[in-house]
Design a protein around this ligand. Structure first.
Ligand code: C2E
Ligand code: CA
Ligand code: CA
Ligand code: CA
Length: 281
């Protein structure tokens, strides 16, 4: 019996060790990828549900390592957060998004008429002063702050309500919009929500997926929409995968939709082509 439980402990230690080693290997190559600018951003359109027009794109990080292996941000963002690499990664994402948007403006012969949304992690917000980073990117690429939305999650507020309030006001002072990402999945303090300068609530995909066959989900979505309306915020539904969903959400008064029904996240060139094409057809 004893041997058996020791074996189990050993198996556990071995797998924990393997996991730690794997994390360390990922951390090392992620560090190199950030330095060598081997990360990319893909861009997914966000559409006005009433008109179908693309109003913005969300920038999503992508990483393919030297062996050609693709990693999901769901895997490498946590590693970046644990290792502190989220600071250079987050700075890179803001600069890269601004570079792309300035390039689109040039190709469109003026303001291309969309905003970009960039994700900020709670850990990144604790460790880095984001407003000066955005300000630098704006001046480097000749853009105004109103071209950007910054998406943050409820965990950022929970972890440091005072610090985040200051950061949010500094970002607003640059003209940027603020979105509460994955809304409904975290521990929102509604009093915070009301006090903070949030412009947009993004309704988490978990409430949207399967919503048409689930009355409880419809009730939650309705409640979020009326909360947003009462607080003067706009709303974006994530994970819109069918025409029926986009129509239902529009009828419920949701402002924007994002999801595979419109497009998957696209490389920068393809995203611009998609935008320009959407205006001619
Ligand atoms: P998120 O911010 O909630 O981003 C939306 C995710 O949903 C993206 O996954 C997107 O590809 C996916 N998605 C969009 N439409 C649909 C749909 O219709 N159906 C389904 N099933 N999925 C859809 P992705 O690109 O894998 O990113 C995962 C998460 O990683 C993001 O979730 C975000 O939290 C994080 N992330 C990505 N890039 C960055 C970044 O540059 N910085 C930070 N801090 N986090 C990032
Ligand atoms: Ca997001
Ligand atoms: Ca989200
Ligand atoms: Ca989500």
């Amino acid at each position: 019996k004893r041997a058996k439980s020791t074996g189990r402990v050993e198996a556990y230690q071995n797998s924990a060790f393997a996991l730690a080693r794997e994390q360390f290997a990922m951390e090392t190559s992620l560090r190199r990828a950030i330095e060598d600018r081997h990360l990319r951003l893909n861009y997914q359109p966000i559409c006005d549900l009433a008109t179908g027009a693309i109003t913005s794109f969300e920038a999503l990080s992508r990483w393919t390592d030297e062996q050609g292996q693709e990693f999901s941000p769901c895997d490498f963002i946590p590693v970046a957060e644990e290792s502190g690499l989220i600071v250079p990664l987050g700075r890179w994402a803001i600069d890269e998004a601004a570079r792309t948007l300035a390039g689109w403006d040039r190709l469109a012969g003026g303001n291309c008429g969309v905003q970009l949304a960039v994700n900020l992690s709670a850990i990144q917000l604790q460790r880095d002063a984001i407003a000066p980073v955005l300000q630098q990117a704006l001046s480097d690429h000749g853009l105004t702050g109103d071209r950007f939305t910054l998406e943050l999650t409820e965990s950022a507020i929970v972890s440091d309500p005072d610090g985040i309030t200051e950061t949010m006001h500094a970002l607003k002072a640059l003209g940027a919009r603020l979105a509460m990402d994955d809304f409904g999945t975290g521990y929102s303090n509604l009093a915070h929500l009301q006090k903070l300068p949030i412009d947009i609530l993004k309704i988490d995909r978990s409430f949207i997926t399967g919503m048409l066959a689930d009355r409880d989900k419809v009730a939650i979505v309705r409640a979020i929409l009326s909360l947003a309306q009462a607080l003067g915020m706009r709303t974006t539904a994530e994970g819109v995968e069918t025409v029926e969903l986009s129509q239902t959400l529009a009828a419920l008064g949701c402002n924007h939709g994002q999801g595979y029904i419109y497009a998957r996240p696209l490389e920068a060139d393809a995203a611009l082509a998609f935008l320009l094409h959407s205006r001619t057809s």
